[in-house]
Design a binder for this molecule. Structure first.
Ligand code: FES
Ligand SMILES: [Fe+2]
Length: 442
């Protein structure tokens, strides 16, 4: 393709999904430099708490040390390379390698080695052989991110205006924050990670087709996929640095739907609790966004570039799903998924909200994730073929109108940051791939 590598004029070179050399470079230049989500602070409440995860294909330990500092440590023994922590999560006073027994403190320092005198003649300098730390760790609204790059934009500058939507619609920054429900689901998709990332970044277009069965069965409301753009949304919003957030709705329609849903949650007591929660939450949002003329009530999906995704922040009576994409080669991705709820959510509603997402939301045990995975796998598989690879993909929807969409004067979006576009558009995908291409190079 032309001067801009891989994407030009809304046409995407599909070798980006299967070429091993591109994959190698994106591990180096995208996952090796970007701010990557690693944990939420509700997973690491006490000193000694840790979880293990991945940054790209590198395994890491995320721990809270004795001084309450969050550490992100490469999970590989400095002796001969074994993984030193083999568990998903726990609380410990150190990590002992199962090969020869080198022992590391929760902050990563090498604390002891077996037979130090006999084997190393007392000459091993323990202070030089600690676990390798990620040089930059930062948090936003309880979300913990790390980067392997010593330099570059800070986390908040990288999130940019996407943080405004996260704070106001997803992380409940104006209440007391959110809690991740302990433990995650994991499943593998034989698909390239970017197909999933771009779908969450701004693909409202697929919802009415791919997920049609859920709407036909009445498991979900219409999804806002009407032919004509409603002035109150949903909208898809694109940001610099590759992020996209969509399903943004303004006005009060969703609030009214939440009240209707609250009236049906159960017995009189539960209805009262749910109604009060919906109203309290709305009052908090109105206060926090008092300066916004067309305040949004929710958003339904998003990608924080490159691989941190969410869904389900669109209404009050649903938990939010958070996801990380762990690439396992160009052709396969491991998806990890959590549910999260507001800390101020009344205990009586907690299970109800989690269950509503788990059973019919974007979840391994719901219908949406499975509907999507089938498409993601086929798109990846076809991209391997020599002939198919010569044929670019079409991401030109609304390209000619980007930023000046027909009818946008009618939209109720005054005060919303980011590039706000219609629900049927591919500007968020174009934004994501353009940014990705700027990092990965030729
Ligand atoms: S590889 Fe870890 S102690 Fe030898
Ligand atoms: Fe989907």
């Amino acid at each position: 393709m032309g001067a801009t590598p891989y994407i030009e004029n809304g046409l995407l070179d599909r070798s980006v999904f299967s070429d091993p050399d591109i994959y190698r470079r994106e591990m180096e230049h995208v996952f090796g430099t970007s701010w990557l989500f690693v944990a939420h602070d509700s997973m690491l409440k006490n000193p000694g708490d840790y979880i293990t995860t991945w940054m790209g294909e590198d395994p890491v330990i995320v721990s809270r040390d004795r001084n309450n500092e969050i550490r992100v440590l490469l999970n590989t023994c400095r002796h001969r390379g074994n993984r030193v922590c083999l568990f998903d999560r726990g609380n410990t006073d150190g990590f002992i390698c199962s090969y020869h027994g080198w022992r590391y403190d929760v902050d990563g320092r090498l604390a002891s080695v077996p037979y130090r005198k006999g084997a190393y003649l007392d000459e091993l300098d323990l202070s030089k052989w600690g676990l390798v730390p990620a040089p930059r760790v930062a948090t936003h609204g309880g979300l913990i991110f790390a980067s392997w790059s010593q330099t570059g934009l800070g986390l908040d500058a990288t999130l940019g205006d996407a943080a405004w939507y996260l704070d106001n619609l997803v992380l409940d920054q104006h209440g007391s924050g959110i809690d991740f429900v302990q433990g995650h689901y994991g499943y593998r998709v034989k698909g390239n990670w970017k197909i999933i990332a771009e779908n969450f970044a701004g693909d409202h277009y697929h919802t009415g087709v791919t997920h049609r069965s859920s709407f036909v069965l009445g498991l979900m409301p219409s999804g806002g996929n009407e032919q004509v753009q409603d002035p109150y949304g949903p909208f898809e919003v694109s940001f610099p640095n590759g992020h996209g957030i969509g399903g943004v709705k303004t006005g009060e329609a969703t609030y009214r739907r939440d009240l209707e849903a609250a009236a049906k949650v159960g017995d009189e007591d539960l209805v009262r609790i749910a109604t009060r929660y919906v109203n309290d939450r709305y009052a908090r949002m109105k206060k926090a966004m008092a300066d916004i003329q067309d305040m949004p009530y929710g958003c339904s999906h998003g990608t924080i570039f490159p691989n941190f995704l969410f869904s389900g922040g669109s209404n009050a009576l649903r938990s939010t799903g958070f996801y990380i994409l762990h690439p396992k080669g160009a052709l396969e991705t491991e998806v990890w998924q959590w549910f999260a709820v507001d800390r101020e959510l009344p205990a009586e509603l907690r299970e109800l909200l989690i269950q509503s997402n788990r059973s019919n939301g974007q979840s391994a045990s719901g219908l949406f994730a499975q509907d999507d995975a089938e498409n993601f796998e086929r798109v990846t598989e076809v991209s391997i073929g020599v002939q198919a690879r010569r044929v670019p993909l079409h991401l030109q929807m609304t390209l000619e109108h980007e930023g000046n969409w027909p009818g946008h004067e009618e939209w109720r979006v005054n005060g919303l940051p980011g590039l706000v576009g219609p629900h049927f558009s591919e500007h968020a995908q174009r934004g994501m791939y353009s940014y990705w291409a700027s990092l990965v190079g030729r």
